[in-house]
Design a protein around this ligand. Structure first.
Ligand code: PLP
Length: 444
């Protein structure tokens, strides 16, 4: 019989994992199956999936409808090229379904296999757009501190979580970072009478003016920064960002790889602030992670520029798995579940319960900040509430959560939570009880 030790030995000998370091992989959790919000290890231990995989398993684990959709499509046609001149039924149906779905100005979709590929496609399309308009020097991309946009080379260069950089530098030139709209620890300057949202947006305007509007192709932002610590912007931030992008002719790329498809309580997060992007990146939740799929949607204006190009200026960008029939078929079935079970509304309701429960933790000395939107939330630990000195306990609390059967991740001194959207009220309460017990144990 294969033991856990045999599996670990084999794994460690043969597999390079994301973010690999031996210390992080000495005693890995090895999962055998999942159901709802629960994962089960090879020895049968149930663990509540507090981050829905990597924010992506919106409909929960073990959905046979998605397996059936994959089987049906694989039996008919598992794969075919989607390069210009060829197409397939599920990709056509999915692109049609997505037309105008996220935002009313986006009707034209390019499919990728994941989030970093989506952002690479967004950056290249922004440059392409300006070259077609006779502005070949508009190539720079402005991103934000603690942004996460993936870790392929250009995406890594846009990512603003700096530990991802040093061992892979030099970064792609032309990517720069401005302050995040992080109310609890705003790193920018605020002028008298100015809100943090306005000041953070002004940092964008200043960066555009400093670099020169004729050199800036795009600004990229997650509506709620996920991996960077669940940073929810003030309500006045994105409307002002949109105005600034319009004023200086800078495309606005919304990276909704985490926030898309219901996570924040809306189908797409910028709708909350009445803002539309020029390019939308999506991935993760479109298939609930059951198969790899992502993509971009471009505005009707950008679409027209692509479609009116002479042959020598065609949009020369491609992936083998763009429009993958099986991935698209699973996405269609996943969208059915999200709609039929009203999961964005469920995210809003369960998110409120989670956030209210977490807010009660603020009575504890080490809890400095609690924040969230829909079903994404963070608890930030401090040694002192006045000085906001980081507590240095988040990873111990993470370990204490896991001992009690809750798996999630941290960013710095923040514990992050983003369970599947199908979570029940009782399961939210279980998370809350585990997090409180873990904090109280570590803090004492
Ligand atoms: C906002 C955001 N963008 C992009 C990515 C990268 O996606 P992928 O890992 O599929 O390349 C992620 C992954 O977590 C993400 O959170």
């Amino acid at each position: 019989m294969t033991t856990y030790t045999d599996l670990v030995t084999s794994d460690q000998a043969h597999m390079l994992h994301p973010l690999q370091h031996p210390a992080a992989h000495a005693a890995p959790l090895i999962f055998a199956r999942g159901e709802g919000v629960w994962l089960y290890t090879v020895d049968g231990r149930p663990i509540l999936d507090g981050l829905a995989g990597l924010w992506n398993v919106l409909v929960g684990h073990g959905r046979v409808e998605l397996a059936a959709a994959a089987q049906q499509q694989m039996t008919a046609l598992a794969y075919c090229s989607n390069y210009a001149g060829t197409s397939n039924l599920p990709a056509i149906a999915l692109a049609e379904r997505l037309a105008g779905f996220a935002y009313p100005n986006l009707h034209y979709t390019y499919f990728t296999s994941g989030g970093a590929e989506a952002n690479e496609s967004a950056f290249k399309t922004a440059r392409y757009y300006w070259k077609r308009l006779g502005k070949p020097n508009k190539v720079k991309v402005i991103a934000r501190q603690d942004a996460y946009h993936g870790v392929t080379l250009a995406a890594m260069s846009a990512t603003g979580i700096t530990p991802y950089w040093p061992m892979f530098e030099p970064r792609v030139p032309g990517f720069l970072h401005i302050v995040a709209p992080y109310p609890y620890r705003f790193a920018g300057d605020t002028r008298p009478g100015e809100s943090i949202g306005q000041a953070a947006a002004r940092a964008l305007e200043q960066a555009i003016l400093r670099e020169g509007p004729d050199s800036v192709a795009a600004f990229i932002a997650e509506p709620v920064q996920g991996a960077g610590g669940v940073i929810v912007p003030p309500d006045d931030y994105f409307p002002r960002v949109r105005e600034i992008c319009d004023q200086y002719g800078v495309l606005f790329i919304a990276d909704e790889v985490i926030t898309g498809f219901g996570r924040t309580g809306d189908w797409f997060a910028l709708n909350r602030w009445g803002v539309q992007p020029d390019i939308l990146s999506f991935a993760k939740g479109i298939t609930s992670g059951y198969l790899p799929l992502g993509g971009i949607q471009v505005s009707d204006t950008i679409r027209d520029v692509i479609l009116s190009a002479p042959p020598a200026e065609r949009w020369m960008h491609a992936y083998t798995y763009s429009g993958h029939p099986t991935c698209c078929a699973v996405a269609l079935a996943n969208l059915d579940i999200l709609a039929q079970e009203a999961l964005p509304a469920q995210a809003a309701a369960m998110g409120q319960r989670l956030l209210a429960g977490l807010a009660a933790l603020q009575e504890l000395d080490c809890v400095g900040d609690v924040r969230g939107l829909g079903l994404m939330a963070a608890v930030e630990f401090v040694a002192d509430k006045e000085t906001k000195t980081p507590a240095g306990i988040a990873n111990n609390i993470l370990a204490a959560c896991l001992e009690r059967g809750l798996l999630t991740r941290t960013k710095g001194e923040s514990l992050l939570l983003a369970p599947p959207l199908i979570i029940s009220a009782a399961e939210v309460d279980q998370i809350l009880a585990i997090v409180r017990a873990a904090i109280e144990t570590v803090a004492s």
